[in-house]
Design a protein around this ligand. Structure first.
Ligand code: ADP
Ligand code: MG
Length: 379
């Protein structure tokens, strides 16, 4: 659809054309008219679908109608804050808008002098914005629009309290827009607390588009051997393996290591610094295989995984979706493999059976061979 049909000013359309935006993307087509009508929206769509311009164009058009009011965009990282600022400046270049990026690592003095001149839109990371609020160098009294971009990522990064503190400084009657790749219970909780009957806009379903899913029916005692086989067949792929309990996570990891697979593990008992170290080496590809529980993986931003293996199937559909959502991002192909045995193994852990039966179950799972010989042989 042409931007003209969305009721956008001709100066903005000129600017959009000059940067090669001829037609609105699907998210833009759906979100912009609603935002311009004053509705609060929660937008979920995959990376690369044009969310920045969806809120950017809307904000600029709304500010044009009332230049006394300001907009604030909260983004998770300085790179993103800079990127958003650049794009909004392009979109708003015919309107003489003051759009500033406020992020950590840059001289605060410089930011203070920018802010003192007044602004139309500030794009900031949570920590640095809060810093300015506490110093009294940024006033949000005239803010009428707030955008949370990549809200799920900000929550993963532990910014919830900072975001709450910022939102408390802004007039509760403002219009709030929330963008996220997933809408989970945390996002819903934020929207319940701060938004007024938001409209939910969901575009595309990445599950179908980019993730190949495969289920392998397999006996429990054969799972570890199969896992090793798959990993050896795909040495270049970053793999995330979900296992249902902490102890089983460690056990699987140990067996992989004994079979010369460089794997590490994550679960709720590891310290924050251990987790960060592990995540970082995974991100940098020093480590290609990660074994984790759901709990450990939830609060962390692990994406761009090429292969998800559900060594133990997820306990629910939502958890399954969340797990496989870590692959197939950025338009890359992802693969998810689920091991399904005919016994519902999760019940062994959840129904309060004795430790003895847990131990028996574990032996069934890995077999005594692995215990005695100290490692499985692949073939
Ligand atoms: P998202 O935030 O959804 O991940 P971005 O806003 O970063 O996506 O946009 C992804 C890319 O698409 C960017 O390079 C952006 O410049 C480009 N883009 C956005 N809207 C349009 C459009 N209407 N026409 C052409 N390119 C667009
Ligand atoms: Mg984005």
């Amino acid at each position: 659809m042409k931007f003209k049909e969305l009721g956008i000013s001709s100066k903005t359309i000129d600017a959009l054309e000059s940067i090669g935006y001829d037609e609105a993307t699907e998210v833009q087509e759906k979100a912009i008219p609603m935002i311009l009508q004053g509705k609060e929206v929660i937008v979920r769509s995959k990376t690369g679908s044009g969310k920045t311009a969806a809120f950017g164009i809307s904000l600029i058009e709304l500010i044009l109608k009332d230049r006394n009011k300001q907009g604030v965009i909260i983004a998770p990282t300085r790179e993103l804050a800079i990127q958003i600022t650049d794009e909004l400046r392009e979109i708003g270049k015919r309107h003489r808008m003051k759009i500033y990026a406020i992020y950590g690592g840059q001289s605060i003095g410089r930011q203070i002098s920018l802010l003192s001149k007044g602004f139309n839109i500030v794009v900031g990371t949570p920590g640095r914005m809060l810093d300015h609020l506490r110093r009294g160098t940024m006033k949000l009294d005239y803010v009428n629009w707030v955008v949370l971009d990549e809200a799920d990522l900000m929550l993963d990064m532990g910014f919830e309290e900072d975001i709450n503190a910022i939102l408390r400084e802004i007039n509760p009657q403002r219009q709030m827009l929330l963008f996220s790749a997933t809408i989970d219970s945390r996002i819903k909780s934020i929207s319940r607390r701060y938004m007024h009957n938001p409209e939910i806009i969901e575009v595309g379903s990445k599950d179908v588009e980019e993730i190949t899913e495969k289920t392998i029916m397999i006996k429990r005692q054969d799972k570890i051997g199969k896992l090793i086989e798959i990993l050896n067949d795909n040495p270049e792929k970053r793999a995330l393996i979900f296992v249902s309990t902490k102890r089983a996570v460690e056990k699987v990891c140990r067996i992989l290591n004994k079979n010369d697979i460089n794997a590490s593990f994550l679960h709720g008992d590891r310290t924050q610094s251990q987790r960060e170290k592990t995540i970082n080496s995974f991100k940098k590809r020093h480590l290609n295989t990660l074994v984790a529980t759901d709990v450990a993986s939830r609060g962390l931003h692990i994406e761009d995984v090429e292969l998800i293996i559900n060594f133990d199937p997820a306990g629910s559909k939502d958890v399954h979706k969340h797990r496989i959502g870590r692959t197939g991002r950025m338009g890359k192909k992802g693969e998810a493999i689920t091991f399904q045995d005919d016994e519902p193994r999760n019940e062994y852990y959840n129904t309060g059976r004795s430790r003895r039966s847990y131990g028996r179950n574990k032996r069934r799972m890995y077999g005594d061979r692995g215990r005695k010989s100290g490692g499985y042989r692949t073939r």
